[in-house]
Design a protein. Structure first.
Length: 322
């Protein structure tokens, strides 16, 4: 069983600390068996203070990290104003003892920890947008992208903030076991099943007033009609807005223009069909509204770097294992 170890450090943020157990701990295979063993540790096994008004007791010390397949580091208070040499020696030593193939995930400003001990050198990464300038100043050797929800660079994944930590864990769940498992976990947790990592962080965007018109119903309707063209004029008409108002409201609510959002949903639907059905590639492309197999190949290559056939084969093997 894949073991996930969450490292709780003094001043840990409770919400982010609980994300891995909620997402990975909810995942089950076709037989109902758990797919992940999720454990929480502190450096010395002692209780740790949170940044709220309570402490958290854990059952393991940093020795658990050496047995981990995935290590998740939530943000903690010291991340709020870090300098280049603020990581305690015992923390740096614990992370350097990880197996070379251990997957590492930082949530929010915990990316400062990974950067401070050199794990992000030469890699792309993200963190909370409010700390991005400080991060760039301290760690110019890291390619900081503050405009995305999370960055998956292979072994190391960095998430931008609280909700992006959920997105990143669901992304890893999808990568490990396919969209059916990830979508089921998302439904149980009442969260969106998928937000592309390259989607923009929501920075200073106004929240519509409760009485304002919204594009939510139109987005839900569009998801049931992905197999046909959905011109902007039709979407705006469905929402009973002018095209200009619809585009503005849509971007406020999703962070994306309608066309880009639609393409993401079409690619996501195509991925689901590749995993869950034996439909020919041409049919998958048509049912997802991507037109042709060539178009599907282009979009998949741009999104995840593989062909439809390779993607299907990968998740067919995953399904056989789980």
């Amino acid at each position: 069983m894949h073991r996930v170890v969450v490292l709780a450090l003094d001043g840990v943020y409770p919400f982010e600390l609980g994300i891995p157990a909620r997402i990975f701990g909810t995942a089950t295979g076709p037989d109902g068996a758990a797919l992940y063993d999720v454990r929480t540790c502190s450096l010395d096994g002692a209780p740790v203070a949170t940044n709220a008004d309570f402490r958290i007791a854990v059952e393991s010390d940093s020795g658990a990290l050496t047995e981990a397949d995935t290590v998740v580091i939530p943000p903690f208070s010291a991340c709020d104003a870090p300098d280049s040499e603020w990581v305690p020696a015992e923390l740096a030593d614990a992370l350097r003892r990880l197996r070379p193939d251990t997957r590492i995930v930082s949530i929010c400003t915990a990316a400062f920890v990974l950067a401070a001990i050199g794990l992000l050198d030469g890699r792309p990464a993200t963190t909370h947008w409010k700390q991005a300038d400080r991060f760039r100043t301290l760690f110019p050797q890291v390619s900081m992208d503050a405009d995305v929800l999370f960055v998956d660079s292979g072994r190391i994944l960095t998430a931008a903030g609280s909700a992006a930590g959920i997105d990143a864990c669901l992304h890893l769940l999808r990568r490990d076991h396919g969209s059916a498992v990830a979508n089921q976990v998302a439904r149980l947790c009442i969260v969106p099943p998928w937000r592309e990592g390259g989607q923009a962080q929501f920075i200073d965007r106004p929240v519509p007033e409760p009485s304002s018109a919204t594009t939510a119903a139109t987005r839900a309707w569009a998801l049931t009609h992905l197999d046909r063209p959905l011109p902007l004029s039709e979407l705006a008409a469905h929402a009973r807005m002018s095209v200009r108002t619809f585009c503005r409201r849509f971007r406020e609510e999703t962070g994306l223009p309608p066309g880009q959002w639609l393409t993401q949903q079409r690619v996501e639907h195509a991925r689901h069909l590749l995993e869950a059905t034996d439909l020919p590639i041409d049919r998958v492309a048509a049912d997802a509204g991507l037109g042709s197999a060539a178009s599907l190949r282009q979009h998949l290559a741009a999104t995840i770097g593989v062909s439809p056939t390779a993607y299907r084969q990968t998740f067919a093997r995953t399904a056989a294992v789980t």
